[in-house]
Design a binder for this molecule. Structure first.
Ligand code: 9D3
Length: 256
């Protein structure tokens, strides 16, 4: 996969991209990431990248020419037949999900445009961008962190990017449940013990315990996820006992 990131602040991204899984994926040539400074594509002595909005309203808007020029230059670098998406990171975009990450991981080339200021000229959205993505309902100062979030989530889905084979498939947003607790040594920490079942060596009981903990945590924290999770009959029975327990607590009934 080839990823190009178009931004006014490429140095913001170099540290993150140069470490851990993102570093290893690039070293293994699963992925090439190039950063492009919008200013390098801006014309004139002053290389102006933004101007006040037509019609007033304050703030600054990214001009269209440097963004089109950057994407043209990126495209001219290689194979025009590659499946490509031009992604604008913006608070008005589609909320990012694991399903979108999976979809993007199947593209050959991704071009990210990081917005700043009040936003980008509308002609960029209309005639250059193919998708608009937000990473959630909070206000950031620009699209750079959003692009990092998307690149990170996409990279770990590339075949061979993770150490343990298929590790991405078992994690929680892939199974549709939150994960339950994990423990490591020591067995006793400041008086707090590791649950006995995990030390029992009884594989089936341990598996069942993990599943029930995942169901319990999802029910407590993200109950809406249970509506679309794949649940067995055993899972449904366990959830029914949770519902009974909480109903008993609410009504002061001792549940006997
Ligand atoms: C100060 C202007 N704001 C009016 C309330 C609109 C605004 C424009 C640009 C707010 C934030 C930004 C910069 N944010 C992004 O570019 C961004 C973002 C975000 O703020 N939240 C979640 N996902 C994303 S992706 C890009």
């Amino acid at each position: 996969m080839k990823i190009d990131i178009v931004t006014l602040f490429p140095e913001m991204l170099t540290g993150y991209l140069g470490q851990s899984i993102l570093k290893r994926a690039q070293e293994a040539e699963l992925l090439t990431i190039d950063l492009h400074n919008i200013r390098d594509y801006a014309a004139g002595k002053h290389q102006i990248t933004d101007e006040p909005p037509y019609g007033g309203g304050g703030g600054m808007v990214l001009k269209p020419e440097p963004l089109f020029a950057a994407v043209d230059a990126i495209r001219s670098q290689d194979d025009q037949t590659k499946s490509e998406k031009v992604i604008l990171m913006t608070p008005q975009g589609r909320p990012f999900t694991q399903a979108i990450a999976k979809d993007l991981s199947e593209c050959e080339r991704l071009i990210f445009i990081c917005g700043r200021y009040e936003g980008v000229d509308e002609r960029v959205r209309q005639h250059l961008v193919t998708e608009e993505i937000s990473i959630g309902d909070y206000v950031l100062t620009g699209g750079e962190l959003g692009a990092m979030v998307v690149v990170d989530a996409v990279t770990r889905l590339l075949p061979g990017a993770l150490g343990a084979e298929g590790a991405a498939e078992t994690d929680s947003h892939a199974t549709g449940l939150l994960e339950g607790p994990h423990y490591t040594r020591p067995n006793q920490f400041r008086g707090h013990l590791v649950p006995e079942v995990l030390k029992s060596g009884h594989a089936a009981n341990i598996k069942r315990w993990h599943r029930e903990q995942a169901l319990r945590r999802t029910w407590q924290r993200r109950p809406e996820m249970l509506l679309s999770a794949e649940l067995t009959e055993d899972d449904r029975r366990f959830l029914a006992t949770l519902a009974h327990e909480s109903a008993a607590e609410l009504t002061g009934n001792d549940n006997n």
